[in-house]
Write a protein that binds this ligand. Sequence first.
Ligand code: CMP
Length: 142
Amino acid sequence: MPVERTLCIVKPDAVEKRKAGAILARIEEGGFKVVALRMARLSVREAEGFYAVHEARPFFGELVQFMTRSPVVIAVLEREGAVTVWRDLMGATDPAKAQSGTIRKQFGANVGENATHGSDSADNAGKEIAYFFPGVEVSPTA
Ligand code: CMP
């Protein structure tokens, strides 16, 4: 598997429960290198832009409201097969359907408040990283 990068967001529910550190520890224990990290309170405009692909979904308003209600932790993660490995570590979108041992199973409450976000493809990872870390080099390092 090639070394690649993916975007991780520790969502407001997990930060509010003071689980950001525990989640970052799981990420590092999972073999990822955290290569960029910041905490931010997203504006409505930022959240709407980030989730623009879901604009027509019935839950869009709820999603934007949730993502802007308190700070998030945004990280760029690097390792071999980062996109797939991070999605596997997070588990299913709905924590009720996530396998035991996954982050969403452990820390998520429901399909809306599911603790973390991860890019769904290498292509989208590049776009999402550039959205929150403009100017950061996206290519894998040696
Ligand atoms: P995420 O991986 O951040 O990408 C889009 C998000 O939309 C997803 O995680 C969920 O948190 C959220 N989402 C998906 N389906 C629903 C739903 N039915 N109701 C509320 N939020 C949802």
